[in-house]
Design a protein around this ligand. Sequence first.
Ligand SMILES: *Cc1c(COP(=O)(O)O)cnc(C)c1O
Length: 399
Amino acid sequence: MFDSNSVSYVMNTYSRFPLELASGEGSWVVASDGASYLDYTSGISVCNLGHRPQAVAEALESQLAKIWHTSNLFHIPKQEELAELLAKTAGMDRVFFANSGAEANEAALKLVKKYWNDLAEYNRTSVLTFEDSFHGRTGTTMAATAQPKIHNGFEPLTPGFVYQPFNSVESFDILNNAPLQAVMLELIQGEGGVRPADSGWVKNLVTKAQSLGIPVIVDEVQTGMGRTGTPFLFEQYGIKPDIVTVAKGLGSGLPVGAMIAKDTFAASFAQGSHGSTFGGNPLVMSAALASAETLFSTDILTNVQKVSEKIFAKLNEFQHTHSVIEDVRGAGLMIGIELTQPVKPLLADLRERNVLALPAGEKVVRVLPPLNTDLEEADFFLEKFVQSLQNLHETEDVQ
Ligand SMILES: *Cc1c(COP(=O)(O)O)cnc(C)c1O
């Protein structure tokens, strides 16, 4: 069992909660000490159907009894089925399967490079990304991530990125002034603090970029797969990106990512252009196909909207009565609550009350319930959350 004092042979790259989750079912997990928690972290928007959803478990069990891995030297029928579902849902044409969000983004960045190189436009050397974005931790996706705290100590960074402020019209000048390979953005910056892009700004950005022939990559690794109440968040912005990446929720906990693209760009990847040993293997595809079919269903998407309305209405009420809440924002079941102070004590107090939630930066509580959570569980969360807020105020009053 977990012991915070014992020597660890695992590299010390994560700040961890003092908790080991031993089992889970639906929205609930049981820790190694026997305590139950409402898991409104969903493994960071991965377990979007809760823990061990039945449809996915059945697909996995059936595939486990057949074949697990073949390599991409062989045809994999479930890749075809899932690619069709993802492409049709996104209104696009082709899909590349990877193993994570960073890898899906790497594939997208390689694709746009190849596109311009095929056209012999070698003067196009950079991709525009935005301050406080998060696109992954590999060499290139770390460079795409415009956050100094992620870059520090890893210089020299992979070249080829320019950064602009998010939601600022200033950022448009560069579209005319620099020969860009692509524009890449999140429509709600997840790791950056659950910060939604302004709808007008996004529309202008996408229109300007596309009119100049610059492809727009939307990173939906966190916002995609139903998280915000539609299969992809870009639909709510009324835009049509050229490339979309997904990962987190796609496999319900099995590692998988996907890059979805329009044919204009997808055609630049020919045999041998890109590849992955594990990407899209039969076992992972069985989980991802069953997950995607469920996540895109009307049942799940209407549930997200229903529970979301309830949670946002209550949080907005709490904001009026609790001065510690600075802002409430997000979409669907991707919820950010910015406080006037660090969130760590509040998250610890919530754990005492059997609720798990996440930080997004220092002052933002990030709540990512499973998309099939119900109103009763939402009530449980809201009741505990307001108690924790109250406790925070009382502790402040005493000091
Ligand atoms: C989590 C995340 C990534 C990175 O995904 P990994 O699977 O950790 O590589 C990339 N982009 C966004 C928006 C994310 O939230």
